[in-house]
Every structure is written in structure tokens, then in C-alpha cells.
Design a protein around this ligand. Sequence first.
Ligand code: RIB
Length: 300
Amino acid sequence: MGKVAVLGVFVVDLAFRADRMPVMGETFLGNSFAMNPGGKGSNQAVAAARMGADVSMITRLGADDFAAMARELWTGDGITAEVVEDAGSYTGAAHIFINEATGDNAIIIAPGAAAEISPADLEAARSVIEGADVFITQLEQPLDAAMRGLQIARAAGVTTILNPAPAVELPREMLALCDFVTPNETETEILTGLPVANAEDAARACEALKSLGVARPIITMGAQGAYLDGFGLVPAVAAGKVVETTGAGDAFNGGFAACLADGMAPEKAVTYACAVAGLSVTRAGAAPSMPQRDEVLALI
Ligand code: RIB
């Protein structure tokens, strides 16, 4: 069982299914509502744990009912919580619109206490990071915290993955700390200025990411699959009708981290990660949609 340290955010997803998005000033009736655990970091931790990894989750929570939901989720999946509890703040939430016809989503996230995760929190979790096989983070918490985590991991020889979501322009010194960076098409365009519609575009964007210091980019391309630099396009694995795409990228990242931590070669780990994502989109919710290892092996 490989060890994965995740730095990231937990929020409660408040998901509304409707036929379209309202325009500003408009109110109309949606089709349904669900409240589920989410947050990119926590979703990735759950995906990795369900793939069999020994996972630690580094974050901040409030001292409220949403925090209790986080702790219950992680206990259920055997995830070790490395949490700073901030009673003066609140555990975050995300407003999620899901298009009923396509399963696609649009999200507003308020990270709450997790917006205060600091480099000092990462110093406090240093031994957890140094003891991991893989360190993975995203960009829902402050950049300087992600940077410190990557620095600690890199100095200890721990494999580093940055999922640059939500995308912002990143300093070169941060990208140079990453063994793998896993943007989707939109995030790739923000990082490189290059649009990605197909494998040729992805190959070009990978070169641009490498010129910014990334060791090995992986561009996730939704229904097309994922483009691994130096290998090519690994096709998506269809596992059934698409119900909701929220958390699909997290499924990919968590699955990839777990497989790498287990000693798998990146080429094979990407194939497994595509299967984790393929299963996740056939189910509603983000964290609840993450498949168990047996399901992934059966699909592969
Ligand atoms: O990647 C999906 C996640 O992004 C959702 O669970 C939502 O919480 C947002 O953070």
C-alpha cells in the first residue's frame, strides 16, 4: 500500500440539477438538490484511498456540522486527518449547477477556513509529507501553502503532483517543483496560452509546460481521455451513461496518485486513472462517486 499525502480543501457541495443556468436576476424551478462532500483535495484523497492507498489529508476546517461531515467521510475511507481546526471560521461550501441533459457542471466555491491554510501548516505536517510516496495538491487553498508543500516533498524525494485547478498563472519556480502537472484543456490554455482540442494540440502544450519547468505534464481531456507527455493519448474508459462530471478530474488525480504510490509506471497509472474517472462520471456527487479498487480492476 503506497502512501499519499494530499494538501487541499474540503467543502460541502450543494448541487442543483436544472435544464439550464439562470440568467442574472432570474429565478426558476430546478429539478433536484443534493448535499454531498466535495472539495478537490478531499475528493482526490477519497479516490486515492478507495484505490487502496494509505492517505493523509492536510487541510483546515471550521468547528461546525460541515467539519463533522468531513471527518465522518475520512474515517469511513480510512483517511488520516491532518487538520487545523479554526473555530473562528467556517467549513467551506460549493454552489454547483449541473446541466440535467449533459451532466456538465459550473461551480462557485467558498473555501472558508481552508482559505487560511498557510506555509506554517505545511511545516507542521512536514513528517507526513516526507513519509509519503506521493504528494499531491491543487489550487483551492493559497498558493504559498501549495508551494511550501511541494518544496518539502521535492527536498525529501517524494513524487510531486500539482493539479492546477482552479487555474491561475503560476510562477515558474512552482512548476519546476512538479514531477507531474495535470491540467485539463481550459487550465492548460491558462497556463500556456495554447488551446487544446486534440492530441496534436496536447503534445504542443506539453512542450510549453516543460519549457516552464514541469517534468512530465499530463493533460486531461474529458471524454477523449488523458494525454501523457512522451507517451500519447490514453483513451477515456467508458463505464456507462454520464450522470455527473463533478469530481471527474479529482477521480483521475486521486487514482493516478494512488497507482504511482503503489509503484506503477506512469503510463499504466494513467490508464487506471482514466478508469477511476470513467466510473465516477456514471454516479452523482463528487466524493460519493469515487469507485472502489475492485470496481476499477473489473473495468480494466
Ligand atoms: O472538482 C470538483 C470539486 O470542485 C467539487 O467537489 C467542488 O467542491 C469544487 O471544489
